[in-house]
Structures are given as structure tokens and as C-alpha cells.
Design a protein around this ligand. Structure first.
Ligand code: HMG
Length: 387
């Protein structure tokens, strides 16, 4: 029985900061961003947007296509959770009016949580093919102002319906993984912004890729040549390019420039203009591949490399299903990206400083133009509203 992603939809915020504007503000050559790290824009969340509203915006179009009472579990992956106890999935469950006959849990391990939730969902469906599981990965990447990480912020959410006989991609059993207790990127409980040892984090990412790949080949017997398209966790697109060079080298494969580009470029297009969305980023890359590669991908094998700092990594593959194009929501993705409003650096800073999760009571001015928003906080309780 095939198990995998039956429907997929991503969301991002209504605002972005151009890295050209950012570079001008910081008196830095813009090519450091456009070329050096391969990023052009970062989606910026206004104060009334959080991972719950982003997740609801990602999931709603999927629920419109199915009987939502059949959702048997919500697995919510995030590292920018809104509560230390209550899962972001419970807020989402309420906002989307899902059936009480549903289990909800939050997954966390940095950017790896999305892949972990997807793998858990596929295992649950293999055990009971009646299950229909909503996996949502949602994050807002936030670093301190004037740090090396500031240019690699962004936000987004990806919702995936995981079922038997999926219409988009069947996730193949067998994967390679690697875990190591390291401090390359972390966010202590009292902080709203992440701390990072940037250069070290890129080294750990590449080493984890090598280790996970080695394990993957031992577990599955598959080779580099068995894979048609490669999706990587994309904190910035240059990282995915470095990853692909590393993987080709480890696998002993020499690629022409055209082959290299065809294997990786389509999965980077959205991430280049959305920025890092942590746990969602790998799947934003997958949406980018599905939407932007103007070839028929039926029966092709796609690989997924998930990396979560700290660190846990996993390499796995899937087979694109016949007829997948009929259920893609590419127009909605493009519309969201195209309708974002540019911010000046001062406007970005105003949004940046207004978000304070410690506040006891606040009513948010409406900036979020999406279908769901964080309306306010009263007595430390978050209130959302649907339009
Ligand atoms: P930096 O110090 O700002 O930049 O840090 P740099 O000086 O290293 O320059 C970056 C690149 O631009 C270099 O290329 C420069 O040569 C080039 P490289 O040597 O890397 O190939 N460059 C230029 N190119 C053309 N024209 C120019 C020019 N100037 C410079 N004028 C860093 C960069 C990525 C470290 C920083 O942005 C950072 O700390 N980011 C956050 C951490 C991060 O994203 N790490 C990635 C791996 S860890 C990960 O993916 C997990 C994560 O998503 C979190 C999670 O798991 O939850 C982060």
C-alpha cells in the first residue's frame, strides 16, 4: 500500500523585506545576499500573524476539498510555538473547527520537526490505512537585529494531508538519519530570537548530510542516480547548493552545470523570496519543485533532506504519483507571494519590536490580510479570529 502526501498547500505572510533594502540600510554590497547567500526577500510576519494563523491559512484550502471530520490527527511541527504547554495544534484544531475525535500534538526539534511529523504520520497510516492525518509545519524565523542571522529570516507554513493511496507523492519506506548533541543554533526558553554559531552551523549541516546519506544508502541500497530531484532544508538557497555539491562529491558523481541546476534549482525558487521558514522550509522547497518545474514529474523520485540544528537530520525519498498535477494548488501559492507588500526597513523594525509574547493584555491592530489572525491576548490567553 502506498502512503504519502495526498494534498499540500503552503502559506506565507502578507509582507516582505527586500534584501536590497536591507543591504542599503546596513551599507553592505547587495550581492552578498543575492549571490553570496542566494536570497532576495524575506517574508515578515506582522504582530497579528503567528504560527497558528499561518498554519490555518495553509490548511484551510485542503479542508475545503475533503470531509474535515475524517481528520484523525493533527501533527503540528514548529520551533516558534506560542505556548510552553498547550500545543499550537490545539489552537489550530479550534480555529479550523475539526472533529473532537482527533488527536493533536506539537512536534519540536528545530527545522527537523516537519520531517519527523511527516514520518510519524506515514507510520500511523501504514498501521491503520483509515487514518487521514493533517501534518502542518509552521515557523517564523527571527534573529537579533544586527546579527549575521538577520538576513536569513522569513516565515511560512506548509500543510500536508497524509493518507493511503496519496495523489501527490508516496513516501518510500527506508531512510537514513543522524543525531548529534551540538550547539550550532538554539533558543533558550526566555528568548524570542534564536542564537546561532552561523559558520559552524553550516559545517554541521553538511556533515549531517554525509552521515544521513551514508545511512540511507546502507538501508535502501539506492544510489544518487536513482534520484531525479533533490529537496533540501533551505535556510538560504546557497546552503542547498553547497549541500548538493557535497552530496554529488560523496556519491562520486560529476554533474554538468545543467544537470546540477535541473536537480536543485526548481526547489529553491520560493525559498529565495520567502526566506527561512525552519520546519516548513524543506516542504516549501517541495512545493516550489512541484509548481515551478514545467515538466511532468510522474513516477520520478524526489529526495528530501531535513536538517534541524542541535542536531537531527534525515534523508528519505518519495515517488511522484500519476495525475498529481490535477490536485496542486500552485495558483494560490503564486498569488500569496505576488500580493505581498514590501516594507521599508523602519516598517520591518516596527513589526519586529511589536511582537512580545510576554504581554498579558493586548489587542492587535489589523495588519494580517489572511483568513485567520491573532486578534489579541487577554489574561495571557491568545484569541484568534476568522474573517
Ligand atoms: P555572514 O558572516 O553574514 O556572511 O554569515 P559571510 O561573510 O560568510 O558571507 C556569506 C557568503 O557570501 C560567503 O560565501 C561570502 O564569500 C559571500 P561562502 O564562503 O559561504 O561561499 N559574499 C559575497 N558574494 C558575492 N558578492 C559579495 C559578497 N560578500 C560576501 N559582495 C551565515 C553567513 C549563513 C553564517 C549567516 O547568515 C547566519 O548565521 N545565518 C543563520 C544560520 C544559518 O542559516 N545556518 C545554516 C545551517 S544551520 C540550519 O540550516 C538550521 C536552521 O535553519 C535552524 C534550525 O534548524 O532550526 C538555521
Amino acid at each position: 500500500m502506498n502512503v504519502g502526501i495526498d494534498l499540500i498547500h503552503f502559506s506565507t505572510s502578507d509582507y516582505y523585506l527586500g534584501l536590497d533594502v536591507f543591504a542599503k540600510e546596513k551599507h553592505i554590497d547587495v550581492d552578498k545576499y543575492f549571490v553570496g547567500i542566494g536570497q532576495e526577500k524575506m517574508s515578515i510576519a506582522p504582530p497579528d500573524e503567528d504560527v497558528v494563523s499561518l498554519a490555518a491559512k495553509a490548511a484551510a484550502p485542503i479542508l475545503q476539498q475533503i470531509d474535515k471530520n475524517q481528520i484523525s490527527a493533527v501533527l503540528f511541527a514548529t520551533e516558534s510555538g506560542v505556548d510552553q504547554s498547550k500545543s499550537a495544534g490545539a489552537f489550530l484544531h479550534g480555529l479550523l473547527k475539526l472533529s473532537p475525535r482527533c488527536r493533536v500534538v506539537e512536534f519540536k526539534h528545530a527545522c527537523y520537526a516537519g520531517a519527523a511529523a511527516l514520518q510519524m504520520a506515514t507510520a500511523m497510516v501504514r498501521a491503520n490505512p483509515k487514518e487521514k492525518i493533517l501534518v502542518v509545519a509552521a515557523d517564523i524565523a527571527k534573529y537579533d537585529v544586527d546579527t549575521s542571522g538577520e538576513a536569513t529570516q522569513g516565515c511560512g507554513a506548509v500543510a500536508m494531508l497524509v493518507t493511503a493511496n496519496p495523489r501527490i507523492i508516496a513516501i518510500e519506506p527506508g531512510s537514513g538519519y543522524h543525531t548529534e548533541d551540538v550547539m550550532d543554533f538554539w533558543r533558550p526558553n526566555q528568548r524570542t530570537t534564536a542564537l546561532v554559531d552561523g559558520k559552524y552551523s553550516t559545517k554541521v549541516y553538511l556533515n549531517s548530510l554525509k552521515q544521513a546519506w551514508q545511512h540511507f544508502t546502507e538501508e535502501t541500497g539506492r544510489t544518487f542516480g536513482d534520484i531525479n530531484h533533490f529537496c533540501y532544508h533551505i535556510p538560504f538557497t546557497k546552503m542547498a547548493e553547497k549541500a548538493h555539491h557535497t552530496l554529488a562529491k560523496v556519491a562520486g558523481v560529476k554533474l554538468t552545470e545543467d544537470e546540477f541546476r535541473a536537480q536543485t534549482w526548481p526547489s529553491q525558487i520560493y525559498n529565495r523570496i520567502v526566506g527561512n521558514s525552519y520546519s516548513a522550509s524543506l516542504f516549501v522547497g517541495f512545493c516550489s519543485l512541484l509548481d515551478n518545474l514545467k515538466e511532468n514529474l510522474e513516477n520520478r523520485r524526489v529526495s528530501f533532506f531535513s536538517y534541524g540544528s542541535g542536531c537531527v537530520a534525515e534523508f528519505f525519498t518519495g515517488l511522484i504519483q500519476p495525475g498529481y498535477q490535477q490536485v496542486l494548488m500552485s495558483a494560490s501559492h503564486q498569488r500569496q507571494i505576488d500580493s505581498r507588500q514590501p516594507l521599508t526597513y523602519a516598517q520591518y523594525l516596527a513589526f519586529y519590536h511589536q511582537v512580545d509574547d510576554n504581554v498579558e493584555n493586548i489587542t492587535f491592530e489589523r495588519h494580517n490580510k489572511g483568513p485567520y489572525r491573532l486578534a489579541g491576548i487577554q489574561d495571557h490567553k491568545r484569541y484568534y479570529e476568522a474573517q
